[in-house]
Design a protein around this ligand. Structure first.
Ligand code: PEP
Ligand code: MN
Length: 295
């Protein structure tokens, strides 16, 4: 029986491509996921999703939106709900939560940006749907199947991040839960995996650059890279972002912040405004030699 699970593995077999994830596998035509007239994932455009780790406050996110506009970019990280590892919060360590919904609305009124925002609970989907253009399902929820199914029903694009301990086989299985709901707009994201050595005591993960060509071999879905979360160290974000583009990433997620070391969450990984702007310039240079438009 082909659908049995007698030989569960982490690697992908030919029968997996047909039976375990028939919708997300590379037996299908490669998908191009259109976000608006300029932006699509999986074709000759490589979109950049950028912004702070979290919205923090209106003033901060407005400044970030200005940086996006100056760099001719459109996709904003607009996180208001965060899967923080510990439950304690302080004035320096927090997410905005429900109050951020109002800020999302104001961003939409004032800037021509598209908002990417993480959903952690199905109860928030109704509140978020009017302001969020792309839902993100974070690494920690990669196998929260009811969350994936219910989010997919909104028929908006979804960025599905790979859990740091999950195989590509698992990731494609999760994407299948969205595709089966008839939502074809699923974008996969490599954001680092657990590894015995990460070269720095503050680095929790390691960018699995090999996952980029591997996912392109096994899946018809676009694959993007988030070097910021993978390496957790601002000095390494530029080389890993350039390497991701060269390795074939079909989108990039990059964190920046007006005062990175004082960011409310993940202060070590964000670039400052100048570092970010310089990186975008380099990406456009490399992009043009690869015939990719960075948008
Ligand atoms: C994020 O992008 O804000 C995030 C929490 O990332 P991840 O789910 O990859 O840890
Ligand atoms: Mn984070």
């Amino acid at each position: 029986e082909i659908m049995d699970n007698k030989f569960p593995g982490k690697d992908i077999t030919d029968s997996d491509l047909k039976d375990k994830f028939p919708l997300s596998s590379s037996i299908n035509e490669k998908k191009i996921i259109k976000i608006d007239n300029d932006i699509s994932f999986g074709g000759d455009v490589v979109p950049i999703i950028s912004g702070p780790n979290g919205i923090e406050n209106k003033d901060l996110i407005f400044k970030c939106c200005e940086v996006l506009e100056k760099n001719n970019l459109k996709l904003l990280r607009g996180q208001i709900y965060k899967p923080l590892t510990f439950p304690y919060r302080s004035k320096k360590y927090y997410e905005v939560g429900d109050e951020g919904l109002k800020i999302l609305e104001e961003i939409k009124k004032n800037f021509d940006v598209l908002i990417v925002s993480e959903v952690m609970e199905t109860e928030k989907l109704e509140l978020m749907k009017d302001f969020v253009d792309v839902f993100q399902i974070g690494a920690r929820n990669m196998q929260n199947f009811p969350l994936i199914s219910k989010t997919a029903k909104y028929n908006k694009p979804i960025i599905l991040k790979r859990h740091f301990g999950c195989s590509i086989r698992d990731l494609l299985g999760s994407s299948e839960y969205a595709l089966i709901e008839k939502n074809e707009k699923i974008i996969l994201c490599e954001r680092g995996i657990s590894a015995p050595h990460t070269h720095k005591s503050t680095s929790r993960f390691m960018l699995d650059i090999q996952a980029i060509p591997a996912i392109k071999e096994y899946s018809c879905l676009p694959i993007i890279s988030d070097p910021s979360h993978a390496c957790f160290w601002h000095e390494w974000v530029e080389p890993l972002t350039l390497a991701s583009l060269a390795a074939g990433a079909e989108g990039l997620m990059i964190e920046f912040h007006p005062d990175p070391r004082n960011a409310a969450v993940d202060p070590l990984q964000a670039l400052n405004f100048d570092e970010f702007t310089n990186l975008v310039k380099k990406l456009r240079l490399i992009g043009s030699s690869l015939n990719k438009k960075i948008f």
